[in-house]
Ligand binder design. Structure first.
Ligand SMILES: C[S@@+](CC[C@H](N)C(=O)[O-])C[C@H]1O[C@@H](n2cnc3c(N)ncnc32)[C@H](O)[C@@H]1O
Length: 414
């Protein structure tokens, strides 16, 4: 069954409740979708798994419903945000640090121009993305965070710092890719990094308080760095141990669709993550295979044939993505209990003017793994933060609009 249902749009809903307010992330799922899926398909669930957890939307919702959550993502920034959003902190301890940081920032905020000795990190292109003044302020904030002993509080500050880094950089606002503002704007740009940090800390504390109040139970979220395309480690997720998967997978490689690694690069660099500029290559579709690209999905084979007629290189890129996607679904399927559910929120994109029916392909891949299709709900995406234009032809400057709606594909394990 496949049908459009406007009640899944959540057009006027607040998508920034609880810890969902913490940090923007490309192609975030909206909490209301995860919540409704949990009520519909996870009522008696004990364990939820999100194999591409990103900023952790479904993990937060699981914990609020007293369901333990496991999330994986290859992007270090995503794991940090997801961990912080699902970790209750003792508020008295947090308050002590907040007060202390306020005093610390007051000391520097107005005297930053004076010669303060501060060690600025040494990573490629730092001068391209940050003014000297911003580098000093961010280094001072980073120094403060380095000295935080409590690991939960430290992650809370780091998550806030990540957004502060972005807003203190020459990055153009409203873009997920790294685009630098023009020179005339750069010369006038003097970000108040301490002020940004303080205001986000206060917003995040309010979100955390709401999360702690609603959670009131012992469920936990565990977040791991492994690639389900290679395998799902049994010691972490044994076979048939998961009641429900709620996830929004990538819908193509990072180069031509959403560049999660690029979006996260500056923050990852400031946090000392090695190879921060290589994250996109690790993600699904990051490797090009030399293969015949024949699948058991007729929809996918026909789509690839059509793309090949105009561009065989693009066909190989898309085919390589689906090799990874299929391997990941094969591995993930094993972790689901009998009669457990998978809910995949996917978008259908266009390459060379040809629609790629991700929803039908996803359904085919799960059916091949012993699942039966229950329903596919079509929803509009008024809230979801995604680039509304991409470059399907892969020619710089030529854009076309991407998804305006998305598909929630639900299958049950036989
Ligand atoms: C659409 S986003 C998920 C957004 C998330 N639902 C949220 O609300 O923030 C897809 C995620 O998949 C991750 N990803 C891509 N390839 C991956 C892989 N092979 N293994 C694990 N995560 C991967 C990306 O880093 C990205 O965070």
């Amino acid at each position: 069954m496949k049908y459009e249902d406007f009640s899944w749009d959540f057009r006027d809903s607040n998508t920034k409740e609880l810890t969902h307010c913490f940090h923007a992330y490309p192609a975030m799922m909206i909490p209301q979708v995860a919540r409704r899926l949990l009520y519909k398909y996870g009522d008696s669930a004990e364990t939820l798994f999100d194999p591409y957890c990103g900023s952790g939307t479904s993990l937060v919702e699981a914990n609020v419903k007293d369901i333990n959550a496991i999330g994986t993502d290859l992007n270090p920034l995503a794991r940090l945000i997801a961990k912080t959003k699902t970790t209750p902190i003792d508020i008295q301890t947090l308050d002590l640090y907040l007060k202390d940081f306020y005093d610390y920032s007051f000391k520097f905020q107005f005297y930053i121009q004076k010669s303060i000795s501060v060690v600025v990190p040494d990573f490629a292109n730092i001068d391209f993305w940050f003014s000297e003044n911003a580098q000093k302020k961010l280094s001072l904030i980073r120094d403060y965070i380095d000295n935080i002993k409590d690991s939960k509080v430290k992650n809370f500050f780091l998550t806030t710092f990540s957004e502060t880094v972005r807003e203190s950089s020459y990055t153009k606002k409203g873009e997920f890719k790294l685009v630098r503002i023009p020179e005339e704007k750069r010369t006038k740009f003097n970000p108040d990094s301490f002020g940004i940090m303080l205001s986000k800390l206060s917003r995040n504390k309010a979100g955390l308080l709401e999360f702690i109040k609603q959670k009131r139970n012992g469920s936990v979220a565990r977040i791991f760095d492994f690639n389900s395309v290679d395998s799902v480690p049994k010691e972490i997720i044994p076979d048939e141990s998961v009641d429900i998967i709620i996830t929004s997978p990538p819908y193509g490689d990072s180069r031509t669709t959403v560049a999660y690694g690029q979006y996260s690069r500056l923050a990852n660099q400031w946090m000392g993550i090695k190879n921060a500029s290589k994250v996109d290559n690790l993600l699904m579709g990051g490797v090009r295979y030399n293969s015949r690209f024949k699948f058991n999905s007729q929809y996918l084979n026909e789509t690839l044939e059509r793309i090949e007629q105009t561009d065989s290189k693009r066909m190989a890129e898309v085919g390589s993505f689906f090799i990874d996607y299929k391997k990941s679904i094969d591995n993930i399927s094993k972790s689901v209990k009998k009669n457990g559910f998978v809910c995949y929120v996917v978008g259908n994109r266009t390459v060379k003017g040809i629609n790629i029916p991700m929803d039908l392909i996803t359904k085919d891949f799960f059916e091949e793994n012993g699942f039966r299709h229950i329903e596919t709900i079509i929803r509009n995406i008024p809230n979801k933060r995604m680039p509304s234009q991409n470059s399907p032809s892969n020619i710089p400057g030529i854009k076309s609009s991407t998804m305006k709606n998305e598909f929630i594909v639900i299958c049950e394990k036989n």
